[in-house]
Design a protein around this ligand. Structure first.
Ligand SMILES: NC(=O)C1=CN([C@@H]2O[C@H](COP(=O)(O)OP(=O)(O)OC[C@H]3O[C@@H](n4cnc5c(N)ncnc54)[C@H](OP(=O)(O)O)[C@@H]3O)[C@@H](O)[C@H]2O)C=CC1
Ligand SMILES: CC(=O)C(=O)O
Ligand SMILES: [Mg+2]
Length: 634
C-alpha cells in the first residue's frame, strides 16, 4: 500500500506541475487515497487498508460505479455520505451480494443476455463486478471476452444501454486536446484503443468495436491487477465501410466511409498528441506519469504502420502483433517440452503459419526473435527458412514478389491485390511451387507446427490435419482465430483427424474432447489474454518508458515455464484461465526486470525491495474500502 500511496503523491505533484489551469470538474471528480488509520471508524467493515476520499455525496455516490457498494455501505458511511434511507436498511456485505448477482447471472438464458447483465453490473458497482469476475474467471472470461464479446460487438448498437470509455470521431478533428479533459479521472495507467477496422475475425465493425477495449480492460483489471479507475477504453471512429451498419438506423458511429491515407494518419496523430498532453508518457526527473497505450484490432497494414510510427515515441504496443506473438511462442515452447524435446530445439521446427496479416506476421517475428536469441541459427534469414506463410492465395511465393515492391509498404490499401510488403517478403519460398496450397505444402515440408491466424473458420481441412498426423507423433495444431466460429478447425476435428494425437490450442475456448480410447484430448486457450495483462502490469509497475521486443520474448519464456511436466505430458500447455492472475504476476515480474536491465525506467527501488513483491503488492484486489467525504472531514 505504501507503494500505491507514494505513487499517488508523485502523480499528484507532477499533475499539478504540468496542468495548472485545470477544469474544475476534474478536481471535483477526483478521489484520493489516504491511509486508513486516520479515518477509519469502528463500524467500517474494512480497516487498516485505505479509505477513499471523495467529493461526492448522496445519490452521486450510489450512482458512481467506482464508489458504489450497493447494499454494503456501513451505517457510518450512510451517515457521512448522506445516503441514509436511500438504500435498503440491512447492511449486506459482499459475499451475500455475490450470491445474488451470481444467481441472477445464472438464470440469464443466453451468453448475450449474460453479457448485458454483466455490463449493467459493471455500470453500477465495479468492485462487485470485479469480485465476481475474478471468482469465476474461467466461466466469465468467455462472456466479457471472446467468444461472446464478438457477438456483443456485432450487436453493440442494438444492445446499447450506457456509455463507457471515450469516442473520438471525424467530427472531433481540431477538438481532441480539449476533449481529453472531459475524462473524469486524472490518473490513467492503460488505454486500449481501436478503430474497429478488424474486430476479432469479424471484420469492420466501426464504432461497435468499443466492446473490445472494454473487454480487454476488464481483463487488465481482473487478471492484471490494474485499478479500475485507471483504465480508459477508446474508439477512434474514422467511419466504417460496413454497409449493413451504415444502413442501420440504430448504428451509433459516424455514417461515412473510413478515412484513409494521410487523413487517417493525421487523425490518429491528433489523438495521440491530445492523450500525451493530458497523460504524458515521457520520463524525466520531473514527470513520471505514464499512460500505456495498447493498439487493438487495427486492420493490416495500419496496425504495423502505427506501431512503427509510435513505438519509439511513446509507451505503446500492438496487442494483436506483439502480445499474440508472446503467447503463441509460449505455446510452441511448451509444446516442445510436451513432445519430449528441449525448448532450445525451436530452430529445428518446421512451422506453417496460415494467415499473413498483423497477427500472423507478428507471431512469426516473435518466433524468429526467439530462434535468434537461442543462438542456434546464425542469421534471421536462416530462421525465416523455418517458417512457411500463406495468405488467401496460398504459400507466399514468387508471383507475389513480382507484384509488389517495398515502395508500396506505406500505401497499404492501394497495394495491388496479391502483392506483399517488406515484412511478408521475408517469408517467400522461391524454391517451392508458387502459391502452393496448404494440403500440398504440408505433404511437401512435413511441418511440426500448424498455426491458423486467418479469421476464417474451417481453413484447416480434414486432409491438411490428417497429413500433419501422418508425419508427426504429436502434431501441434493451433487454430488461433477468434471468435470460436472463426477458428480454423474445432477441437473435435483436430482430435478426430489426428486419432487423438494432436497438441491443441485455440484462440477462443474449446472444451476438452473425450477420445474413443477413453482418454481426454486436452484443449488449451492460446490467447493474448495470457500475455497483455502481465505485460501492462509490468510496464505500469516499473514505469517503463517504452515497451521493448525483449519484454514479449521474456513474457513468452515465463509463460512457457509454468506448466508442470505431468501437465505437459497430458497436452496441457498453459494453466487454466482461472490462473490468469498468477500468470500475469509472473509475466509482470519478468517485464519489470527487463525494464530495469534495459534502463527503460528511472523509478528507484527501495533498498531490499524485491520486484516480485512490488508487482504482487501493486495488484488491485476488489474489496470495499471505507469512503469519506471531503466535507465530512472539514
Ligand atoms: N488468439 C489470439 O490471441 C489472437 C487471434 N487473432 C485472430 O487472428 C485472426 C487474424 O487477425 P489479423 O492477422 O489481425 O487479420 P488480418 O486481416 O491482418 O490478416 C488475415 C490474414 O489471413 C489471410 N487469409 C484470409 N483468408 C485466408 C484463407 N482462406 N487461407 C489463408 N489465408 C487467409 C489473409 O490473406 P489476404 O491478405 O490474402 O486476404 C491475411 O493474410 C483474427 O481472427 C483474430 O481474431 C488475432 C490476435 C490475437
Ligand atoms: C484476441 C485478439 O486480440 C483478437 O482476436 O483480435
Ligand atoms: Mg485483438
Amino acid at each position: 500500500m505504501a507503494f500505491a500511496t507514494s505513487r499517488l503523491l508523485v502523480r499528484t505533484r507532477a499533475h499539478s506541475a504540468i496542468m495548472k489551469n485545470r477544469n474544475d470538474s476534474i478536481i471535483r471528480a477526483s478521489t484520493v487515497l489516504l491511509k486508513s488509520q486516520q479515518f477509519s471508524t469502528n463500524n467500517d467493515p474494512i480497516r487498516d487498508k485505505t479509505v477513499h476520499m471523495t467529493s461526492s455525496r448522496g445519490v452521486n455516490v450510489l450512482h458512481d460505479p467506482l464508489l458504489s457498494k450497493g447494499t454494503a455501505f456501513s451505517i457510518d458511511e450512510r451517515e457521512r455520505l448522506a445516503i441514509r434511507g436511500l438504500v435498503p436498511p440491512r447492511c449486506q456485505e459482499m459475499d451475500k451480494q455475490i450470491l445474488r448477482v451470481k444467481h441472477n447471472l445464472d438464470i440469464c438464458e443466453t451468453p448475450l443476455s449474460k453479457f448485458i447483465f454483466l455490463a449493467a453490473l459493471q455500470d453500477r458497482n465495479e468492485t462487485l463486478f470485479y469480485k465476481l469476475l475474478i471468482e469465476h474467471l474461467e466461466e466469465l472470461a468467455g462472456i466479457i471476452y471472446t467468444p461472446t464479446v464478438g457477438l456483443a460487438s456485432q450487436r453493440s448498437h442494438s444492445i446499447y444501454r450506457r456509455p463507457r470509455g471515450m469516442y473520438f470521431s471525424s467530427q472531433d478533428r481540431g477538438n481532441m486536446s480539449a476533449m481529453v479533459y472531459n475524462w473524469p479521472q486524472d490518473e490513467v495507467d492503460v488505454i486500449v484503443v481501436t478503430d474497429g477496422s478488424r474486430v476479432l475475425g469479424l471484420g469492420d465493425l466501426g464504432a461497435n468495436g468499443m466492446q473490445i477495449p472494454i473487454g480487454k480492460l476488464s481483463l487488465y483489471v481482473a487478471a492484471g491487477g490494474i485499478r479500475p479507475r485507471a483504465v480508459l477504453p477508446v474508439v477512434l471512429d474514422v467511419g466504417t465501410n460496413n454497409e449493413a451498419l451504415l444502413n442501420d438506423p440504430l448504428y451509433l458511429g459516424m455514417g461515412h466511409p473510413r478515412l484513409e491515407g494521410d487523413d487517417y494518419y493525421a487523425f490518429v496523430e491528433e489523438w495521440i498528441t491530445a492523450i500525451m498532453t493530458r497523460w504524458p508518457s515521457n520520463v524525466s526527473n520531473i514527470i513520471t506519469i505514464h499512460v500505456l497505450i495498447q493498439f487493438e484490432d487495427f486492420k493490416y497494414p495500419h496496425a504495423y504502420n502505427l506501431l512503427n510510427k509510435y513505438r519509439d515515441r511513446i509507451t505503446c504496443f500492438n496487442d494483436d502483433i506483439q502480445s499474440t506473438s508472446a503467447i503463441t511462442l509460449a505455446g510452441i515452447l511448451a509444446s516442445l517440452k510436451a513432445r519430449g524435446l528441449a525448448q532450445e530445439d525451436l530452430s529445428n521446427e518446421r512451422i506453417i503459419c496460415v494467415g499473413a496479416g498483423s497477427a500472423g506476421v507478428g507471431v512469426c517475428e516473435g518466433i524468429i526473435d526467439c530462434m535468434v536469441d537461442q543462438g542456434k541459427v546464425k542469421t534471421r534469414e536462416e530462421a525465416y527458412r523455418r517458417i512457411y506463410m500463406l495468405d488467401q492465395n496460398g504459400l507466399l511465393g514468387n508471383s507475389a514478389v513480382s507484384a509488389g515492391d517495398k515502395s508500396r509498404v506505406m500505401q497499404g490499401p492501394e497495394r495491388p491485390k496479391g502483392s506483399l510488403d517488406e515484412r511478408q517478403l521475408c517469408y517467400v519460398k522461391s524454391d517451392l511451387p508458387d502459391r502452393m496450397n496448404l494440403e500440398d505444402l504440408i505433404e511437401e515440408v512435413k511441418p511440426t507446427v500448424l498455426l491458423g491466424l486467418t479469421g476464417i473458420g474451417g481453413v484447416f481441412s480434414e486432409k491438411a490435419i490428417r497429413t500433419m498426423a501422418q508425419h508427426n507423433e504429436k502434431p501441434v495444431i493451433f487454430p488461433l482465430s477468434n471468435p470460436d466460429t472463426h477458428a480454423e478447425c474445432t477441437a473435435e476435428q483436430a482430435f478426430k483427424w489426428t486419432d487423438g494425437k494432436a497438441i491443441f490450442a485455440s484462440g477462443s475456448p474449446f472444451k476438452d474432447v473425450k477420445l474413443p480410447n477413453g482418454k481426454i484430448g486436452r484443449t488449451n486457450q492460446c490467447n493474448n489474454s495470457y500475455s497483455f495483462p502481465g505485460i501492462g502490469l509490468g510496464v505500469v509497475t516499473s514505469k517503463a518508458s517504452r515497451v521493448s521486443p525483449e519484454m514479449f520474448l521474456e513474457a513468452a519464456k515465463a509463460i512457457a515455464d509454468i506448466a508442470t511436466p505431468s501437465q505437459l505430458k497430458e497436452g496441457i500447455l498453459f494453466p487454466g484461465v482461472s490462473q490468469l492472475r498468477h500468470v500475469s504476476n509472473k509475466v509482470a515480474t519478468r517485464v519489470c526486470e527487463v525494464a530495469y536491465q534495459q534502463g527503460l525506467t528511472t523509478k528507484k527501488l527501495k533498498e531490499g525491495e524485491v520486484l516480485a513483491d512490488l508487482v504482487r503488492d501493486s495488484m488491485y484486489d476488489p474489496e470495499y474500502v471505507p469512503l469519506v467525504n471531503h466535507h465530512h472531514m472539514a
